[in-house]
Structure formats: C-alpha cells, structure tokens
Design a protein around this ligand. Structure first.
Ligand code: C2E
Ligand code: MG
Ligand code: MG
Ligand code: MG
Length: 286
C-alpha cells in the first residue's frame, strides 16, 4: 500500500490491493462501452404513503447488467463514473429512461399520478447545463414536470463553490420537485433549507434502521432524531420520506411520528419497470 502524500511517501507491494485496483480499473474502463452497448438498466422502488399505503412515487435506481458478472449495484460504479465524468452521460441516460417509463405509467394509469424520483450526482447538479438537460428530457418524453422529482444529497446542494446551487431555482421554475437525499448524514446547513425551493426531505436509512433497534439506547436516540427531523421538515412545510423501511414496527413508529411517506424492502425492493406496471394494475385506480 501507499501512504502519505509528497515527502516521505512510500509504497509496499500488496497483492490484494493490486488485485482490487485491477478490478476497479477494469470496471472503470468498461463503463463507457457498457453505456454504448446499452448494458445499464433502471429499476424502480416504490415510495408509499404512510397514510393509506398507496404507491405515490418510485425511485429510479440504476444497475449494470454485466454480461458475465450479472447485475452490478450502483455503489460499485457510481463513484467511478463520478471520478471519470461519465456520470454526466450516464445520469442523462437514467433521467431519459425514467421519464420515458413514468410517461408510460401516466398514460396507462393517469389517476395514479405516479411521480418518478431520479438521483442527481453532485457533478451533474453542479453543471449549469443540467437545467436545459432536464427541460429537454421533459419535452422529449412528454412527462409533466410535476411528475419528476430530483434527489440531491446535502453536499450536492451546496455545490463545489460551497454555496447552494443557483440551478436549483431554475429547476424549480421548470416545475420539477426537489428532494434532499440521505438527509442527516451530510453537511447540514440548516439555513439553506428555508431558502431553497425544496419539497421533500428523505431521512437517511441509518436513523430509520435505529428505530426500535435491539439496543434501547440507540433505538430511542434514533427515534428522537427522526421525531425532530419530521417536525423540522413540517415546520418548513416540506414532506418527509423515510428510507430503508424494513419492518412493520418501523412503519408503525414512523406513522406515529407523522412521517409522510416510506420506502424500503417492507414496501417493496427495487424492481424492473414491468413489475411497477403490474403493481399499478393490481392496485387499480384510486
Ligand atoms: P439512495 O439514493 O439513497 O437509494 C436508496 C438505496 O437504498 C438503494 O440502494 C436501495 O436499493 C436501498 N434500499 C432499498 N430498500 C432498502 C432497505 O429496506 N434497507 C436498506 N438498508 N436499503 C434499502 P442502491 O440501489 O444500491 O443505490 C445506492 C445508491 O446509488 C443510491 O442511494 C444513490 O445514491 C446511488 N444511485 C443509484 N442510482 C443512481 C443514479 O441513477 N444516479 C446517481 N447519481 N446515483 C444513483
Ligand atoms: Mg436516492
Ligand atoms: Mg437515499
Ligand atoms: Mg445514498
């Protein structure tokens, strides 16, 4: 391994590390071709109303259908795509695919008013061209802007200049909804929350996982954090989505804490678009 920077830098050959680096660079090298060959797929995870259990939105989550290795999750390649800049083209592809699928659902199930929520990488959000990209995709696919939600992390919102992105106001002016992803895990500048055109806070999984945890100390503390964050969101007239909801006990507590919507394995794992279509058909029109 290599340690330190500049002066006093030293390196020792580590076969395990080399193998890992090799696998990593092979993955990185394969990304552009994979995009070209159409090996990426978008899965969708239901976001459900905690009031009545209705599926009101789906989050678009990209996967790489690797011809030899099978389905590769985004945690394995999104970081690499960000480093190389490919995230801009990949993200644009995901956005287009998600809006196309959402427009299909809107046509087949108009009264469901299903929203599609798409993750924006920091690098995408930081590029002023994002506003034109989103406008162009909405126009091309026909999806009404209010059926698109964009998720940004706290650090993406703050941008590389260290202040909230100007683009957010221009995106909001298009009529799309904006959500803060993994809220509570990043660099929280609470001042921006009341100034930015945000509609939803997504509470990071670890707080939700901590509710009713086996360790009462941790469990109670996480529950109080969720309670406080829900109150904060509602005071600012924002909606709250709990991520990583896995058990009926969590649903019960989240409901008691007045959390608006939930997402997680309890409500359904990320699935191919056809399964969302099937679920809409099953749940019928409300
Ligand atoms: P995220 O946006 O916070 O997405 C939620 C993650 O939680 C997803 O992981 C989802 O599969 C996972 N999850 C679902 N149910 C549960 C549960 O019950 N418990 C727990 N612990 N986790 C659950 P996934 O699909 O592996 O995606 C990981 C991250 O990759 C995403 O986190 C997002 O930051 C990023 N990502 C995914 N797709 C895209 C994309 O198209 N563009 C960008 N920029 N990032 C993406
Ligand atoms: Mg997300
Ligand atoms: Mg999240
Ligand atoms: Mg995340």
């Amino acid at each position: 391994w290599a340690k330190g920077e500049g002066r006093g830098r030293w390196a020792v050959y580590d076969p395990e590390r080399s193998a890992r680096d090799l696998a990593r660079s092979a993955l990185t090298a394969g990304l552009p071709a994979a995009l070209h060959r159409g090996e990426f797929v978008v899965h969708y995870q239901p976001i459900v109303s905690l009031l009545d259990g209705a599926m009101i939105a789906v989050e678009a989550l990209v996967r790489w259908a690797h011809p030899e290795r099978g389905l590769i999750g985004p945690d394995r390649f999104i970081g690499l795509a960000e480093e190389t800049g490919l995230i801009v083209r990949l993200g644009e592809w995901v956005l287009g695919q998600a809006c196309r699928d959402a427009e299909g659902w809107r046509r087949e199930f108009p009264s469901a008013r299903l929203v599609v929520s798409v993750n924006l990488a920091a690098r995408q959000a930081d590029d002023p061209a994002i506003v034109d990209t989103v406008a162009e995709v909405l126009e091309r696919t026909g999806l009404p802007a209010d059926l698109l939600q964009l998720e940004l992390t706290e650090s993406a919102v703050m941008g590389s200049a260290g202040e909230p992105l100007h683009s957010l106001h221009r995106l909001a002016a298009l009529g799309v909804r904006l959500a803060i992803d993994d809220f509570g895990t990043g660099y929280s500048n609470l001042a921006y929350l009341r100034r930015l055109p945000i509609q939803v806070l997504k509470l990071a999984g670890p707080f939700v996982e901590g509710i009713r945890a086996d360790d009462p100390a941790t469990g109670h503390r996480d529950e109080r954090i969720v309670d406080a964050l829900v109150r904060l969101a509602h005071a600012l007239e924002l909606g709250v989505t709990a991520e990583a909801v896995e058990t009926p006990e969590q649903v019960e507590r989240l409901r008691a804490l007045r959390c608006d919507t939930g997402q997680g394995r309890w409500f359904g794992a990320p699935v191919p678009a056809e399964e969302i279509t099937a679920r809409l058909r099953r749940e019928g029109t409300r």
